[in-house]
Design a protein around this ligand. Structure first.
Ligand code: ATP
Ligand code: MG
Length: 175
């Protein structure tokens, strides 16, 4: 991991711009104005945001908007990506971030490998992040994640250590 100082707003704007260019149907709206200095792996976090955004668009074929929000909360950045799409049943919440997992029926109509959220969760783990979901079927989903401003600070060893996964459990909270 290449942990570097970066501007979180710029990171978000870049990812949004990239995904916006792939969609003629949805407008991605960004709420939040703060300039936040942050330490993280730019390319990998960009990939995380792009994964959430492309899912939000893919799984809301009848909607025309995706809303991204970010804010600073007690030394953490909290980001949400909200769509108004097919939603996710509660029973599927716990497996969404598993490798190759795709929700039966609903997801089968859409192309995909079931890797985006798995990869995203690995990257967030490496940044000491956590994430959670709020969703209602046929109404839409919101994916949240929280990142400490400097994941490399208190955790230098872990970040560069392959044993990282053994002792740091990922927290997933279901609302
Ligand atoms: P890939 O991202 O590898 O192209 P994918 O989108 O199917 O394929 P993930 O991004 O890991 O894989 O998502 C896993 C599953 O979670 C999806 O197949 C879908 O069932 C569900 N899912 C993810 N995001 C949403 C969303 N915004 N709304 C509804 N379901 C979602
Ligand atoms: Mg995906």
């Amino acid at each position: 991991y290449n942990m570097q100082p970066l501007n979180f707003r710029k990171l978000l704007l870049g990812a949004i711009d990239t995904i916006q260019q792939t969609s003629a149907t949805h407008q991605i709206v960004l709420n939040g104005t703060e300039e936040i200095e942050f330490v993280g792996d730019y390319l990998r976090l960009e990939q995380v945001i792009q994964n959430f955004l492309s899912n939000a668009i893919k799984y809301s074929p009848k909607a025309d908007q995706v809303i991204v929000e970010y804010k600073l909360e007690m030394g953490n950045i909290v980001v949400s990506v909200q769509d108004f799409g097919i939603g996710i049943a509660r029973k599927d919440f716990s497996r969404l971030f598993d490798r190759y997992y795709r929700v039966d029926n609903s997801a089968m109509r859409f192309e995909g490998l079931g890797l985006g959220l798995f990869i995203s969760s690995e990257i967030l783990k490496r940044h000491q992040g956590s994430f959670w979901i709020e969703s209602e079927e046929h109404k839409g989903s919101t994916f949240f994640f929280r990142l400490p401003l400097d994941a490399s600070k208190n955790n230098h060893e872990a970040i560069n250590n392959d044993d990282f996964y053994k002792d740091r459990s990922l927290s997933i909270v279901y609302n």
